[in-house]
Ligand binder design. Structure first.
Ligand SMILES: *[C@@H]1O[C@H](CO)[C@@H](O)[C@H](O)[C@H]1NC(C)=O
Ligand SMILES: *[C@@H]1O[C@H](CO)[C@@H](O)[C@H](O)[C@H]1NC(C)=O
Ligand SMILES: *[C@@H]1O[C@H](CO)[C@@H](O)[C@H](O)[C@H]1NC(C)=O
Ligand SMILES: *[C@@H]1O[C@H](CO)[C@@H](O)[C@H](O)[C@H]1NC(C)=O
Ligand SMILES: *[C@@H]1O[C@H](CO)[C@@H](O)[C@H](O)[C@H]1NC(C)=O
Ligand SMILES: *[C@@H]1O[C@H](CO)[C@@H](O)[C@H](O)[C@H]1NC(C)=O
Length: 433
């Protein structure tokens, strides 16, 4: 048995390793290929395709030396690109490091715009920069349709000073907002591919009120101890696909909140971080409706959670039709966890009767190791128990090869195939009483 487990574990690691190699060589390949493509362009602008205007930010006065304020240059490039009718492309070339202060990019634009970041965009280091500004925003896109962001370059939030001042790191400090590195608000038909986002002050990439987002080859990197630094945050959005991406951070690798639906997450490498989370939902008696979420293919290593749904007491709405499948866990503290008593506040949260209901949740083909004994935790609401949960082909052993167990409170469901730890769903009758 242990040999068998060990074998399938090794096979999995090999598969994931290959996935990894594919991802990495793909990045390299894309970059090499792109620079080849670009080569003839430098010095001979006449071979630029006529239908596609390329706006180099250097032409707008950007210095790209990492010290000069390139914000105005980028803003002017955006204004022109956005009003141009022939598919313009803004280019931050390789070798450029542009210091960009908080900036808004407003849409809608006249045609499809591409922002090609091959160099680096850095944030001002001093949190004081935001004193008289909206503290939640750094690079803020709103109302933009048909935008593509690509190029293999880097967006660096330089969040170190923000983290030091966070109330989660130094409890004598007041709690305050910090900027999300790149936010897309009210976006439609957004494509993000091949981008590195590092050390954000808070969340790295956020989609709020978006429709149809397609993200691939995104890499997010921040230290394990950076506070609130979610990798990819999806809020009140529909039709979001996140694939072939890597997130290493201090908070959730991916979080899904608000009224979100049709979310498809596949081939994700996550860790360190807090895992893939739906929620928190229902904070301050709010209503949230999350449905049709698929997480298919993920490697989570050394994360606090694996796949999680967390709701506050007192909320309303639902989380339903959610499926987690083909997931490999490596030393994850809580591989599968539903927490309807989530309370992220210094004081204990008051017990309340209403709850965001959690129903029709499937966990299929989830294997690997748990860093704690309790590999499966279903802590459901007294007043709104978990219904129609389904477990199939689960093998979560302890990292130390000890036994693992499941915890259930007001959880109802069924299982098929081999499931370890043994499921602990209660019979339907028990809630009738
Ligand atoms: C940088 O430029 C932007 C746009 O012109 C301006 O709003 C901002 O105040 C400038 N920041 C500094 C520190 O000069
Ligand atoms: C925490 O913040 C306070 C006030 O800003 C500061 O005086 C103190 O040195 C900080 N503590 C640590 C451990 O950084
Ligand atoms: C979700 O939708 C409901 C009903 O349309 C609305 O009442 C609620 O405020 C929305 N919640 C969020 C978090 O947007
Ligand atoms: C496994 O996870 C635990 C808990 O997070 C951590 O303390 C330990 O260092 C991890 N082990 C390895 C080998 O990474
Ligand atoms: C909530 O209920 C639980 C279980 O009945 C109890 O242990 C806990 O003390 C209660 N919490 C508060 C804040 O009333
Ligand atoms: C949950 O699943 C059941 C059985 O598959 C189905 O009948 C029901 O419509 C689903 N509920 C929701 C809210 O989708």
């Amino acid at each position: 048995m242990s040999n068998l487990l060990h074998f399938s574990w090794t096979t999995f690691v090999i598969i994931v390793f290959h996935l990894f190699i594919c991802l990495c060589s793909n990045f390299l390949y894309t970059q090499a290929f792109d620079s080849l493509l670009r080569l003839p362009q430098s010095g001979s602008p006449r071979i630029r395709p006529r239908s596609k205007r390329v706006l180099f930010i250097g032409e707008f006065g950007a210095k790209g030396d990492g010290l000069s304020n390139d914000t105005e240059a980028l803003r002017n490039a955006w204004e022109i690109a956005c009003s141009y009718s022939a598919r313009p492309r803004i280019e931050i070339p390789a070798g450029y490091t542009s210091l960009i202060y908080p900036i808004s990019f407003a849409g809608p634009c006249k045609s499809k715009v591409t922002l090609r970041i091959s160099g680096t965009i850095i944030a001002p280091e001093d949190p004081g920069t935001w004193d008289s500004l909206d503290q939640r925003k750094w690079l803020y896109f709103h109302g933009v349709n048909h935008l593509t962001v690509e190029g293999g370059g880097t967006i660096n939030g330089r969040g170190q000073k923000w983290w030091e001042q966070s109330c989660k790191i130094n409890t004598t400090n007041p709690c305050r907002n910090a900027p999300t590195a790149i936010t897309f608000h009210r976006c439609k038909d957004l494509k993000i591919k091949n981008l590195l986002v590092v050390s954000s002050q808070k969340m790295h990439v956020a989609f709020t009120n978006c429709l149809r987002v397609d993200t691939s080859y995104l890499r997010v990197i921040a230290p394990a101890l950076s506070p609130n630094t979610d990798g990819i945050h999806i809020s009140t959005s529909r039709g979001v696909q996140i694939k072939d991406s890597i997130v290493r951070t201090g908070d959730d690798c991916i979080s899904i909140v608000g009224n979100s639906s049709r979310i498809w997450i596949r081939n994700i490498v996550c860790g360190p971080g807090h895992g893939i989370s739906i929620g928190s939902l229902g904070k301050s008696n709010s209503c949230s409706q999350v449905h049709d979420v698929m997480v298919d293919g993920a490697l989570l290593s050394n994360t606090e959670n694996g796949v999680r749904i967390k709701t506050w007491q007192g909320g309303s709405g639902f989380a339903t039709e959610i499926r987690f499948q083909n997931i490999l866990m490596d030393n994850v503290s809580h591989p599968i966890i539903i927490d309807q008593y989530y309370c992220d506040s210094p004081l204990p949260c008051a017990n309340q009767t209403s709850a965001v209901s959690v129903t029709n949740i499937s966990f299929i083909h989830i294997k690997g190791t748990s860093a704690t004994e309790e590999a499966i935790r279903f802590a459901c609401s007294d007043d709104s128990p978990c219904e129609r949960f389904y477990l199939e082909d689960i093998q979560l052993v302890s990292y130390g090869w000890e036994h693992t167990k499941s915890f259930c409170w007001r959880a109802h469901g069924s299982s098929a195939g081999f499931v370890y730890p043994i499921p602990c769903f209660s019979c339907r009758e028990s809630i009738v009483k």
